[in-house]
Write a protein that binds this ligand. Structure first.
Ligand SMILES: [Zn+2]
Length: 391
């Protein structure tokens, strides 16, 4: 059989091994990373691990071929979302086959892609690459892209500038050139408690929250009407949402604490920092002086951005997009509604697209699956990649 045929046969057993590691984001991913490292070592490929502070999690970076410019980075996250409270027909961490489907947590999002990357290593080695294929496998993507943020300085220093980064999130092998960003914040308000009959004695934290939420509603209306528009997205503007809000105990007590979570999803080209700055200015210049005049120094408002995903901006006609379409066998690009690590790569000038096997509709769901046909299409992508980088 051909090398490519052997590689295709190796995908399913590799995926079975990867799914067998319960890498739910709250767990360590080290066992999986060590397993991948050993597999690459058995093929003569050295891995570099970028380990988190307490040593419980790691990103893995490896290069096949010469570490020169013009290579392609294959990027995947090793963590998966929890299966808690989900009704699975089979054990989520045991790969189960059903007709054309391979069922298990992470099969679509996105261990299927990683399994294909690993399965095609023998083909990459046989191809006599003149430009490199890099693997960048991360931790904690599902909980705010923490791993990739830790890995960026390493990549900037050690990965020769690539032509393209392929983020293998499930797109059914479409080439997605863009997605919105995401900023998630928590705002905490500290007021001063008093009897509700004496408003002059208290600082009502819930009412301050209401002012900030009104401000956010104003941002939403402004972006919808006059902000950056991109018809590729639905909706085509930067959207805002206020989620859970907690505060107050009784109707007759002026509440001294309130907190709420809010997010916005900037269309590429939107100045997200300017929006956050405007929010902070309103807090510093309008709210806090007024609150402290009544309640003293302990009154205040703190906003913390606890998850941040830069948008992925399309670069129509670029070498990277042209190459990605050729590898995927497509003649157009699309956009995706979900965020990925792609924007982080773009932030260090690594051109990136999102393209991987499986359907995002399966991701994060019980009985998550990927089809053999999707894995085979991803295999064809790897064959074209090996040819493209050895020419
Ligand atoms: Zn994912």
């Amino acid at each position: 059989m051909s090398i490519a045929g052997d590689c295709a046969q190796a995908v399913e057993p590799l995926l079975r091994e990867l799914v067998g590691f319960d890498t739910t984001s709250r767990n360590s991913n080290m066992a999986l990373i060590r397993h991948v490292e050993a597999y690459l070592a058995s093929n003569g490929i050295a891995s570099h691990l970028v380990v988190n502070e307490d040593g419980s999690k790691a990103n893995l970076f490896a290069t096949i071929g010469p570490n020169v410019e013009g290579g392609v980075v294959l990027s995947g996250h090793t963590d998966v979302v929890p299966v808690d409270d989900q009704d699975w027909l089979s054990d989520p961490f045991t790969l189960t086959t059903k007709d054309d489907r391979l069922v298990g947590r992470g099969t679509a999002d996105m261990k299927g892609f990683i399994a294909v990357c690993l399965a095609y290593v023998p083909l990459f080695l046989a191809a006599k690459l003149t430009r490199p294929i890099h693997f960048a496998f991360t931790y904690d993507e599902e909980v705010g892209c923490l791993g990739i943020q830790q890995m960026l300085p390493y990549l900037r220093e050690h990965c020769a500038a690539p032509r393209l980064v392929v983020v293998g999130e499930p797109t059914s092998m479409q080439v997605a050139a863009a997605h919105k960003g995401q900023h998630v914040s928590r705002t905490r308000i500290t007021g001063r408690e008093a009897h509700s009959s004496r408003p002059e004695d208290g600082v009502n934290a819930v009412m301050v929250a209401a002012e900030l939420i009104t401000l956010i509603s104003g941002f939403a209306a402004r972006e919808r009407e006059a902000g950056v528009k991109d018809a590729a997205f639905d909706p085509p503007y930067t959207s805002f949402n206020v989620g859970p809000i907690r505060g107050g105990s009784m109707f007759n007590i002026i509440p001294n604490a309130c907190e709420f979570d809010w997010e916005f999803r900037p269309v590429p080209g939107t100045d997200a920092q300017a929006i956050l700055d405007e929010y902070q200015r309103y807090i510093d210049e309008t709210l806090v002086p007024r609150m402290q005049a009544v309640g003293g120094k302990e009154c205040g408002v703190a906003n913390e951005v606890w998850a941040y995903l830069p948008p992925l901006k399309a670069e129509p006609g670029s070498d990277a997009e042209t190459l990605a379409m050729m590898l995927a066998g497509k003649n157009e690009t699309t956009v995706v509604a979900f965020g990925t690590e792609g924007g982080h790569f773009q932030s260090i000038d690594f051109p990136a697209v999102v393209c991987g096997p499986g359907d995002i509709a399966q991701a994060h769901k019980p009985d998550e699956f990927i089809t053999q046909a999707e894995l085979a299409a991803c295999g064809k992508f790897m064959e074209r990649l090996a040819r493209a980088l050895s020419a």
